[in-house]
Write a protein that binds this ligand. Structure first.
Ligand code: NAD
Length: 337
């Protein structure tokens, strides 16, 4: 069993811990947190050994009556791999710690691409992470774009991608971002940073992205225009997308008209935390005009990168190839709607 450490136990870290614990070939060695709170309490209740991410603050856990298994150094030293899920920029600061103990590390999309040798998306470039010591699982938006671009490139060839990303203002629990009531061009400059980030996965892809932020917390929404190399029927694109395990084609019959109902559906089918690990693509939105393809997709920012982190662990440690890893992850978590 691969022993996985998770450093940073917030929105992404706690989900990755649960996903790892469900896998047949890996287990959670421990999770590191900076301070006691409800997430620390639930980590202990779930049986994840809790480590103090900042040694001087270990006593805060004791004062809160939460038992600590040790320091983050001990956790990193004992682990086969560490998933860093700390806030943007902190992962890069932690890199020395992982190098000190020669523990391979995964970082998240909030880090600059330079933090790692490879930026990772399981569907697009799994094999590139083999034997890498530092791998960055790309952001929720880049994951969502890469997953849909990869099959289009393989099937039809892509001349140009234009994507407008309508981004949620903050996560539901992220009170530091609110209260919010505005619509921001964000970033106001064009292209946004998302296109160059997708180029860390597909270096030769011609892509322009525009970003906005809106007063929503549930999901992001992408409006996508892809110019293909040949004219294609929309029905063929629908079939192509339906074959992809991490692309959920929302049937018209479900009458899901937005993020609110998507999240409601996720809760109804018993998804933990109402998570949607798949890109959610409206079937009726898939349209073609000559070589131009259009579609809308909802991206659940809190969870789409979670199965990708699990796959990145197998990729880095050489435990499986892409197909086997994605199948194992999907089966263990229940990915696929
Ligand atoms: P978060 O704030 O919800 O969680 C981060 C956790 O790390 C918190 O519990 C925080 O207390 C802890 N932490 C802070 N400093 C630490 C340190 N030095 N050592 C250990 N833990 C520390 O953040 P998040 O949303 O989970 O984001 C984590 C990373 O994932 C970021 O790079 C972010 O850009 C990326 N990401 C976030 C989302 C999203 O929508 N939330 C989506 C995809 C990727």
């Amino acid at each position: 069993m691969v022993q996985v450490a998770i450093n940073g136990y917030g929105t992404i870290g706690k989900r990755v811990a649960d996903a790892v614990s469900e896998q047949p070939d890996m287990e959670v060695l421990g999770v590191a947190k900076t301070r006691p709170n409800f997430e620390a309490e639930t980590a202990v209740e779930k049986g994840y050994p809790l480590y103090a991410a900042v040694e001087e603050r270990a006593k805060l856990f004791e004062e809160a009556g939460i038992e600590i298994a040790g320091s983050v150094d001990e956790l990193v030293e004992a682990a086969d791999v560490v998933v860093d899920a700390t806030p943007s920029g902190i992962g890069a600061q932690n890199k020395d710690l992982y190098e000190e103990y020669d523990t391979p590390a995964l970082y998240q999309g909030g880090e600059d691409a330079e933090v790692a040798e490879v930026s990772f998306n399981a569907r697009s470039n799994f094999a590139d992470a083999a034997d890498a010591d530092h791998v960055r699982v790309v952001s929720c938006n880049t994951t969502g774009l890469s997953r849909v671009i990869a099959p289009l490139r393989e099937a039809y060839g892509v001349e140009k991608v234009r994507a407008t990303l309508v981004r949620r203002g903050g996560d539901p629990g992220q009170t530091s971002r609110g209260p919010i009531n505005d619509i921001l061009p964000n970033p106001v400059t064009v292209p946004s940073h998302h296109g160059p980030d997708v180029n860390t996965i597909f270096p030769d892809l011609n892509i322009d992205t525009l970003g906005m932020k809106v007063p929503a917390t549930l999901m992001h929404m992408h409006s996508l225009n892809v110019t293909l190399e040949d004219a294609v029927d929309a029905a063929d694109v629908r079939d192509l997308i339906a074959d992809e395990s991490r692309l959920f084609l929302i049937p018209e019959s479900m009458a899901i008209d937005g993020s609110g109902k998507l999240k409601e559906y996720a809760h109804d089918v018993g998804r933990p935390r109402g998570d949607l690990w798949e890109n959610c693509i409206w079937e009726e939105s898939i349209s073609t005009v000559g070589r131009d393809l259009y579609l809308f997709q909802g991206i659940h920012q809190e969870s789409d990168v979670v199965p990708e982190n699990v796959d990145a662990i197998r990729a880095v440690l050489g435990l499986a190839d892409a197909e086997e890893s994605v199948r194992t992850t999907n089966e263990a978590m229940g990915v696929g709607l």
